[in-house]
Unconditional design. Structure first.
Length: 146
């Protein structure tokens, strides 16, 4: 069987979600790309623009989308990515990093915005990302995708 074409796409405000996204891409040996907001990332998602991506997500078999948890929800740049691409996206997986709470509600909101359930999801607390203490969870996540 041909290898799945997988793309990791993430927004990261302070680097934690980026670290997680890059670890996922490295493990899968796939490209990754950062969502870059035009203006303040904290703007209302309805007003916010993001820069066009270098890769076309519709050309992949799986898109893995990552975001920090902001106010128990996905960050506005990740919301905008889904709003722009919904309907043309392949199978999806979601990951997020958070300080204390909100991984579950963030995955739920990403699912609602995408209009379909992810094939895998991963939520890791910031301190665990920073200490590299997420390998078991990462393996379970990757196993569902690969
Ligand atoms: C505006 C803002 C809102 C946040 N809201 C939450 C929250 O509701 N729950 C939580 O656990 N962490 C919250 N955090 C913490 C981030 O989710 C956490 O630090 C995350 O790992 C940051 O990822 P990043 O470095 O990729 O931006 C918030 C951070 C910011 C800046």
């Amino acid at each position: 069987m041909e290898e799945k074409r997988i793309l990791v796409v993430y927004f990261s405000g302070s680097g934690v979600t980026r670290q997680l996204g890059q670890a996922i891409a490295k493990t899968l040996g796939c490209p990754s790309e950062e969502i870059v907001p035009v203006g303040k990332p904290s703007s209302d998602a309805k007003q916010l623009e993001i820069q066009p991506l270098k890769n076309d997500p519709s050309q992949f078999d799986v898109v893995i989308l990552g975001t920090p948890v902001w106010g128990m929800r996905p960050s506005p740049p990740a919301q905008v990515f889904l709003m722009r691409h919904a309907g043309r996206l392949p199978a999806l997986a979601f990951f997020c990093s958070f300080g204390l709470f909100g991984g579950g509600s963030t995955v739920k909101e990403l699912t609602r915005l995408a209009g379909k359930s992810p094939i895998a999801d991963l939520a890791v607390q910031r301190t665990r990302v920073q200490r590299g203490q997420y390998q078991d969870k990462l393996k379970q996540f990757i196993d569902k995708i690969g």
